[in-house]
Write a new protein. Structure first.
Length: 263
């Protein structure tokens, strides 16, 4: 596999951080690592750009990272904070003069067709997003030269898809993973992992559960995402975590085939 990097476009929950109308210490923090847009990622080999999810902050995220093209979007699941920014691909359609491939499970495709019905009309408005909706393969596949493997997860009462790209896996929004899927995470170097906050949650791993899974997989380095303001300030929590595990932050870049981390 060619050299790849993962940019963490957003690392926050569906509310984002700061949360509207909240006066807690995290939401009032001046540390930029405590400011979190909705969770999303960008995988790139310098030629092919693959977006993981397209939430409500996608426009802001792509502008911040100066992203000029997107070849495909991998959808993890159908919740709003992971799909509702779909309409903002339109400038990319214009610039690229092409449709953008979106890979999703049949269940997620039905949700997209319902929530973005105008995109799928027989004669859509000319300014509508131009997408090519494709079935998400089960197991291994490639987009460009980037090798991808799907990881099946359970997020409350719905499926969610995680992704492995060579030495790194990206697992957001889940509570349960079975042994068969866990085996796909063997020999990882990096794990990007759901960790909502400290309390028990029906659909997300909390911090204790995330740490236990990291230990079970024996992954050398892990970054925690989908973080709530209830987790606490990044500087405080990171001081309490093992040195190989940290709360991720917006804009963090991992060159994971070269073992580099860009601060």
């Amino acid at each position: 596999m060619t050299d790849l990097k993962l940019t963490l476009l957003g690392t926050g929950t569906s509310h984002g951080v700061p949360v509207i109308a909240c006066d807690c210490v995290v939401c009032n923090s001046q540390d930029p690592k405590d400011s979190r847009l909705r969770t999303s990622g960008l995988v790139s080999d310098g030629i092919t750009n693959i977006l993981i999810d397209c939430g409500p902050d996608m426009r802001q995220q792509l502008l911040r990272e100066n992203v000029k093209h997107i070849d495909a979007i991998l959808i993890t699941h159908e919740h709003n904070d992971h799909i509702v920014g779909l309409d903002d691909i339109r400038p990319l359609n214009y610039k690229q003069e092409s449709y953008i491939k979106i890979y999703a499970t049949p269940e997620v495709q039905e949700e997209l067709k319902m929530r973005f019905a105008y995109v799928f009309y027989e004669n859509p408005y000319p300014g509508s997003p131009k997408i090519e909706l494709l079935d998400l393969p089960v197991g291994q596949f490639k987009i460009g030269n980037i090798e991808i493997e799907t990881i099946e997860l359970i997020h409350g009462d719905i499926p969610c898809t995680g992704y492995r790209f060579g030495d790194i896996a990206y697992l957001t929004d889940f509570k349960f993973i079975n042994d068969e899927q866990l085996a796909k995470l063997k020999d990882l170097k990096y794990l990007v992992l759901d960790a909502l906050h400290h309390k028990e949650h029906h659909a997300h791993l909390n911090l204790t559960e995330s740490l236990a899974l990291i230990e079970r997989i024996k992954v050398p380095t892990a970054y925690l995402i989908h973080i709530s303001h209830q987790m606490g300030k990044a500087a405080v929590i990171n001081d309490q975590l093992p040195s190989n595990i940290q709360l991720a932050y917006d804009g963090q870049i991992i060159d994971f085939n070269q073992g580099k981390l860009h601060e």
